[in-house]
Ligand binder design. Structure first.
Ligand SMILES: *[C@@H]1O[C@H](CO)[C@@H](O)[C@H](O)[C@H]1NC(C)=O
Ligand SMILES: *[C@@H]1O[C@H](CO)[C@@H](O)[C@H](O)[C@H]1NC(C)=O
Length: 233
């Protein structure tokens, strides 16, 4: 016999599950780190680091669940042959000065850790890295900062809000600002601008959790340096 209460219970349960699954989805965000390259060489030795690298480079496209990156979704292996056509552009715009002479070691990590979790949106390895370049070619963070009077300097700090609001005025969405993990000679420095995207790669507000998590090392928000030279410890 048709049992109304039971049916209602099942529907309510399904509805609730669906609702919570959707809520959880909202925590998922695609996150791109735009890294100020000079500060990468503080804690690592950077052989042959080019002084001309005075622009932000992309440090992988990551899916995040809250503040945790989602990793290793398939066992697909990185194959550098598949991105030969964009190798030199990618070398200039994606990576880390620390890996300057062997960027493919880092790309392997980006792709196998993070790229394999984005295959719904970027099915192939070339799609993943081409998107990295497309994103980089849309966001000229260094020139936005320069126009706002924020020029690299080892002696003049800027505020957390100056960095954040300048980028937000161009993107129209809330971004994250990350500081280096430790001060250098007592100076807190700006290390990464993080931009969040929806599934169609339109920028969206980073979640408050992400913004707070990324700012965890910005202990003095009124004095944050954008180092001009490769600072030494
Ligand atoms: C996201 O994180 C939450 C809380 O840690 C966890 O319960 C959930 O399973 C995670 N979702 C995915 C898709 O990893
Ligand atoms: C790497 O990709 C190339 C081009 O698609 C292919 O010919 C080659 O077999 C691949 N190598 C491996 C180890 O899968």
């Amino acid at each position: 016999m048709f049992n109304f209460n039971k049916t209602l219970f099942v529907f309510l349960t399904l509805f609730t599950l669906l609702f919570f699954c959707k809520c959880e989805d909202q925590y998922q965000e695609i996150y791109v780190r735009f890294q100020w390259p000079y500060t990468d060489c503080i804690f690592h030795e950077c052989p042959d680091f080019p002084d001309s690298l005075n622009y932000f480079i992309i440090h992988g496209i990551v899916t995040r669940n809250g503040s945790t990156p989602v990793k290793y979704c398939t066992t697909k292996e990185f194959n550098v042959t598949k991105i030969e056509s964009i190798y030199y552009q990618l070398k200039a715009f994606s990576g880390d000065p620390y890996f300057f002479n062997a960027p493919e070691d880092l790309w392997k990590k980006f792709y196998e850790e993070y790229g394999t979790c984005l295959t719904d949106y970027l099915p192939t390895e070339l799609d993943y890295f081409q998107k990295t370049l497309d994103i980089r070619n849309t966001y000229f963070i260094e020139s936005w900062l320069r126009k706002a009077g924020i020029v690299p300097s080892d002696t003049h700090p800027y505020t957390y809000d100056q960095y954040k609001s300048t980028i937000e005025s161009h993107i129209g969405k809330k971004v994250a600002v990350q500081c280096g993990s430790k001060p250098i000679n007592g100076k807190i420095f700006m290390h990464v601008i993080g931009i969040c995207y929806d599934d169609d790669f339109n920028p969206k507000d980073c979640s408050p959790e992400t913004i707070e998590y990324e700012a965890r090392a910005c202990s003095d928000m009124d004095h944050m340096y954008l180092f001009k030279t490769n600072p030494t410890l």
